[in-house]
Design a protein. Structure first.
Length: 275
């Protein structure tokens, strides 16, 4: 990927981060930390890789994306708005009772959302079903899913992992947002799931580990996953919770908290300086 393309994607991702913080601030609730950490991979998928149609969100041959860690909904909403699925003005209505942008993604009401998620582990299971459906129907679409590193403590995740390997779902690519933190603190202290790579290898997956904020690394890993045949792929991304906002970075306390006015202004200033 040339430098101009990287700069373009970085600018889009930075805008998405601003919109993430704005949503949580506007609602006075939400999950900024783990939303900010996945802005780069969502930017790459929607603006460089995935085959989707803004004017036909339910196009049957589209690539699918499932946000298995559904509490990070501000990230997918900001991305979909930036892509043009709905007006950006809707973002400030996040979590409003009359809005279609609720705390967890809703495929029935939000344009561009492929699966309703929220109960952890459910999303990757649904993604497996989509991938198997694509193979059964001999479709060419690919399925992408993002999971949290805290989420993979759920037993359902490993049932899905076993299923995906058994059915050789090589049209499925999962990403683990490995920021090392969950709502109660460090994943290694709450429920140690490491080594994540070895566990997925044991379940029969093609495994890669990358810097989740490096667009060249993301692209190389996604392309390698697409080329790999006979097994599902997982890309374990080392990321920073709260990425881009100085006082949120690496802090578990920002898993599910909203900034006050002063903090919001500081966050916007941090992100403005990144442009």
């Amino acid at each position: 990927m040339d430098n101009a393309k990287v700069s373009e994607l970085e600018k889009i991702a930075n805008g998405i981060r601003r919109d993430i913080v704005t949503q949580v601030y506007s609602a006075n609730s939400g999950h900024p930390g783990g939303s900010l950490s996945i802005a780069d991979v969502l930017t790459y998928l929607y603006f460089e890789k995935m085959n989707v149609m803004v004017d036909d969100p339910k196009w049957e041959d589209r690539d699918r994306f499932v946000l298995s860690k559904g509490h990070a909904s501000p990230a997918i909403y900001a991305t979909l708005a930036a892509k043009g699925f709905f007006p950006k003005e809707e973002l400030v209505k996040f979590r409003n009772i009359e809005s279609f942008l609720q705390g967890h993604p809703d495929m029935k009401h939000t344009p561009g959302v492929d699966m309703s998620t929220g109960s952890l582990g459910l999303g990757i299971s649904a993604a497996c079903g989509m991938a198997l459906g694509g193979k059964t129907q001999k479709k060419d679409f690919r399925v992408y899913a993002v999971l949290g590193d805290g989420e993979i403590a759920e037993g359902q995740v490993w049932e899905a992992a076993m299923f995906a390997a058994h059915y050789k779902l090589d049209n499925l690519c999962a990403f683990i947002d490995n920021n090392g933190l969950q709502i109660d603190g460090e994943i290694t202290k709450v429920m140690n799931s490491t080594p994540i790579d070895e566990k997925f290898k044991a379940f029969g997956w093609n495994v890669q580990m990358i810097d989740g904020h490096d667009f060249n690394a993301i692209e190389a890993a996604v392309n390698a996953a697409e080329a790999f045949k006979g097994a599902p792929s997982v890309i374990i991304m080392k990321t920073t919770k709260g990425k881009g906002v100085s006082f949120m970075e690496g802090k578990a306390s920002w898993h599910g908290a909203a900034p006050n006015k002063e903090q919001y202004e500081q966050a916007m200033n941090d992100l403005a300086m990144a442009d």
